[in-house]
Design a binder for this molecule. Structure first.
Ligand code: NDP
Length: 402
């Protein structure tokens, strides 16, 4: 029997994409050392602009297809892979083509709503999707889950919190609460005044995790936990009032499930994405990884506190969007993506990120843009409305960066 799993990585040059390749390379090296066939065969890889990183990965893995979202960098990629037997696709359709190619497993690790169309293509052909891209689930919610169901696909959560819950969730009808842990981000102990002057460099300097820029800013605002709240409600079919958020600065416990009999089950591990990635790639088996081991005696003490919703209002905005249902999470996500980029570009201050999302949601509701999502066209319309209103809100502001 062939034990090699075929795998495509969407967003291969990013933080999760590269960690996925690390896990794959290590698993294959261990298999070869044991005289066995490779554990994984890479079919396709994608990036947006990092043509050099993509070309290097294609040559290292033997991928047969690579797709670059931003076609302007196509000539460089074509030159780097000339004569190497790797097929190349350019533009957003090529990302969909990569996901549609037959691979048993698809790692969905593109950042933002840009990951939606490729993830849908994987869902429609019944792939097993290791899902890191929470934004595509948040923005397309029921439409995405229906595509998964209709296509006979399966989602394996990669986000460390959801992967933790997935690992300890057995009788979902006996669950009292899901408890998502949050590190609290780099500004957990900062005053509101200090937070108001925070720079992009300070916001992306996460205390525990090494991640891409967008999710790092989301972790600093706690919007990341808000998106995860929506993600958990969708993935595990839980109502909003049965999902709590608990700040746990050490990031040792990755989330917990409280059962009706009083038992609370948790998953613990080092803050290293290779652990949930390895779990998703190997499920229902387990891989050996060289990720750091937990030394609880050295850690000695674990702390917990409630999130401060005054200094970090984004978490409640996400909770409201989840309660509102329909297109509200889509608009929340779209406006947040625009606002985070504006902050990274130094066009708005850190607290203005949540303010822009809040104003955009109010405006979108006033315009009736928060209606139920019937199909993909509704998703794209709400996403576009959220982006456009947020962009107008940013243009009205007078922020001058330090
Ligand atoms: P990165 O920014 O590090 O990487 C993003 C990847 O997506 C890169 O390959 C990038 O290509 C590609 N990409 C960016 N924009 C586009 C676009 N418009 N079209 C096509 N491809 C694009 O992100 P992360 O790896 O940190 O995060 C990826 C996803 O995983 C996010 O949804 C995040 O929330 C989630 N996640 C991340 C975790 C982490 O530890 N990093 C943990 C849990 C979830 P290029 O390199 O060319 O720009």
């Amino acid at each position: 029997m062939n034990m090699t799993k075929s795998l495509t990585i969407l967003g291969a040059t990013g933080s999760v994409g590269q960690a996925t390749l690390d896990v794959v390379m290590e698993a294959n090296a261990r298999a070869r050392a044991a005289g066995k066939e490779d554990s994984y065969r890479v079919i396709a890889l994608t990036a947006n602009r990092d043509w050099a990183g993509l070309a290097e990965q294609a040559l290292a893995t033997g991928a047969s297809y690579v797709a670059l979202g931003d076609a302007r960098f196509g000539p460089q990629l074509e030159a780097a892979l000339a004569g190497k037997g790797v097929a190349i696709g350019l533009g957003p359709e090529a990302l969909v083509e990569a996901a549609a190619r037959p691979a048993e497993l698809v790692m969905a690790a593109i950042v933002g709503a840009a990951g939606l169309a490729p993830a849908l293509a994987a869902a429609k052909r019944g792939a097993t999707i290791a899902l890191a891209n929470k934004e595509c689930l948040v923005c397309a919610g029921s439409v995405f889950l229906k595509a998964v169901q209709d296509g006979g696909a399966r989602i394996l959560p990669v986000d460390s919190e959801h992967n933790a819950i997935f690992q300890v969730l057995d009788q979902s009808d006996r669950v009292e609460k899901l408890i998502l842990t949050a590190s609290g981000g780099p500004f957990r102990t900062w005053s509101a005044t200090a937070i108001a002057a925070a720079t992009p460099e300070q916001a992306v300097a996460h205390p525990n995790w090494s991640m891409g820029q967008k999710i790092s800013v989301d972790s600093a605002t706690l919007m990341n936990k808000g998106l995860e709240l929506i993600e958990a409600a969708l993935l595990f079919g839980m109502p909003e009032n049965k999902i709590d958020v608990l700040v746990h600065p050490q990031s040792v416990i990755h989330s917990l499930v409280a059962y009706e009999d009083g038992s609370v089950l948790a998953q613990l591990g080092a803050a290293d994405m290779r652990i949930p990635i390895a779990h998703a790639l190997a499920w229902p088996a387990r891989l050996v990884t060289s990720a750091p081991r937990l030394d609880l005696a050295a850690i000695a003490k674990l702390d917990f506190e409630l999130p401060d919703l005054e200094r970090f209002p984004a978490l409640n905005l996400a909770r409201c969007a989840l309660q509102m249902k329909g297109a509200a999470p889509t608009i929340l996500n779209a406006s947040n993506e625009v606002a985070v980029q504006a902050f990274l570009d130094r066009n708005v201050s850190f607290p203005e990120i949540a303010a822009i999302v809040s104003e955009t949601m109010e405006e979108a509701c006033r315009l009736g843009m928060d209606a139920a999502l019937g199909d993909l066209d509704d998703v794209y319309a709400a996403d576009e409305a959220g982006r456009s209103i947020a962009t107008q809100n940013i243009a009205k502001r007078k922020f001058v960066s330090a």
